[in-house]
Design a protein around this ligand. Sequence first.
Ligand SMILES: NC(=O)c1ccc[n+]([C@@H]2O[C@H](COP(=O)([O-])OP(=O)(O)OC[C@H]3O[C@@H](n4cnc5c(N)ncnc54)[C@H](OP(=O)(O)O)[C@@H]3O)[C@@H](O)[C@H]2O)c1
Length: 319
Amino acid sequence: MRAVVATGYGPPDQFILAEVPIPEPGPGQLQVRVAAAALNPADLALPRGDLRSMIDLPFPHVLGNDFAGTVTALGDGVTEFAAGDEVFGHAVPRVMRSMAGSDRPSLGTGTLAEYVVIEAGTPFVARRPAELPVADAAALGTSGLTARAVAITAAVAPGETVLVVGATGGMGTVLIPLLRAAKATVVATGRPGDAELLRELGATEVVGYGDYPEGVDVAVNFAVPGTSLAPIAAALRPGGRLYTVTFPPPRPEWIGRDDVSYQLILDTNATLGTMSDVAADGLRPVIAARYPLEEGVRAYIDLATGHTVGKRVITTITS
Ligand SMILES: NC(=O)c1ccc[n+]([C@@H]2O[C@H](COP(=O)([O-])OP(=O)(O)OC[C@H]3O[C@@H](n4cnc5c(N)ncnc54)[C@H](OP(=O)(O)O)[C@@H]3O)[C@@H](O)[C@H]2O)c1
């Protein structure tokens, strides 16, 4: 089968479209023919070598965590799904097993490929509702789970003001409509050309990167590393709440004040929501660009070097 792979550590311009063996499902696993796969910035971390001191990445490494497709084969003992089921979800590389949690970790062989093998019994794979298009379903893997987890945790009250930093990205563009539905006032970061989209999604005000207002009730960070949170924390009113999804996990000295709360939120926390919850809530992504599998390397180069608005999705994967 064809897949977008890294053949060694390096940036995305070293990825290639390659022929690799079709993965076969083991006990408790599903084989899925991938119809669409979405790119995430986290996909680039392993081949870049960010975790090299902890993880010995086997090559070729097939890129991609998020997918939508059709179940084509079942390993022994799978009862949750049947061949022909339309499914979607999020599965991290198998080498991340130890970091994916012991409680039903969702592991896969890489989704920018004609086929992926995933664990069947995890909260992060679900049946795709007929009304959810395949590209949208793929785009909602990481972004939908994380945005939903942030919305549930923040529990924003009507009338609260929420600053969203990184509002233009995959997670931000899913979260803003959830905040609007909660009747929050949303201040979103973006470039001037993003303002119209952000307002359509539900932002009340669009501000430049780092140009934060004062006295907000809640701040959400989807963009800056944990070490750079102080300016965002400074935008909070006393007693305000900061929610962040980036690493390293926040430390008091990086927040710089002790009259606000702060919390790191992870996508793979099933108590904050499953893939079925994402579908049931009717979440929708913004898809900024669609590519055929043949252009998967270019899609990753665009992700690494271009301005990101919503999701980049590989939508024409056929075997
Ligand atoms: N906690 C978890 O479970 C979890 C899981 C997966 C990923 N993550 C992390 O979550 C973060 C967000 O993910 P995502 O998929 O939404 O990423 P994304 O699609 O790349 O979105 C990030 C957005 O932030 C913008 N941005 C960059 N620097 C900014 C700044 N200084 N101020 C305001 N906006 C800025 C980017 O625009 P430009 O194009 O201008 O850079 C982009 O639109 C990533 O760091 C990702 O690695 C967390």
